[in-house]
Write a protein of this length. Structure first.
Length: 172
């Protein structure tokens, strides 16, 4: 059996289909996230979905996987799929939702359990995949690092800091 087949078989096991990621051929369970993490992911997805043409784009929150090569499959916190890559065959397929194509937008949120893993392993893989815009949000520091792919394939990195407000609570 090929490595890819073994990985897909493991990812499709009942009860794990939305929890397992693969890094360099090694299965990893994506840990459960905090209330704040889930809330921010939801509101980011909601804001994106409200601004995008639904006939042209779909937003995913903690569902599906992005693949780079045959040994790396990640579940991003939020991402945007162009409808042009959703064929009727793909939609009707019983296969897992996996995208090898570079996407328009991918976001990861810092969390205590995955912060280092996301920053050091997942974000570079998204750039290597060629995803167009990549965000790394830190809800407690109220920061966003944004990478935007340039026509030559390189990325510009821009850090953003939220303005201080009376309330220290995030909206989520």
């Amino acid at each position: 059996m090929l490595v890819k087949d073994r990985i897909l078989e493991a990812l499709a096991q009942p009860g794990t289909e939305d929890r397992l990621e693969v890094h360099n051929g090694q299965l990893r369970e994506k840990p459960s996230m905090t209330f704040r993490h889930g809330g921010i992911s939801f509101y980011l997805g909601l804001q994106l979905g409200g601004q995008l043409d639904r006939s042209s784009f779909q937003v995913r929150i903690n569902h599906g996987r992005l693949r780079r090569m045959e040994k790396t499959y990640y579940i991003p916190d939020v991402y945007v799929i162009p409808m042009s890559i959703i064929t009727s065959e793909r939609e009707a397929s019983p296969e897992l939702e996996i995208y090898a194509e570079p996407l328009l937008f991918v976001a990861e949120l810092w969390s205590k359990s995955t912060g280092e893993y996301d920053a050091e392993e997942k974000l570079p893989e998204y750039r290597d995949r060629g995803d167009r815009v990549i965000w790394y949000l830190h809800p407690f520091e109220r920061t966003v690092k944004a990478w935007v792919r340039q026509p030559d394939g390189s990325y510009t990195e821009t850090p953003y800091q939220a303005a201080k407000s009376r309330s220290s609570r995030c909206p989520a």
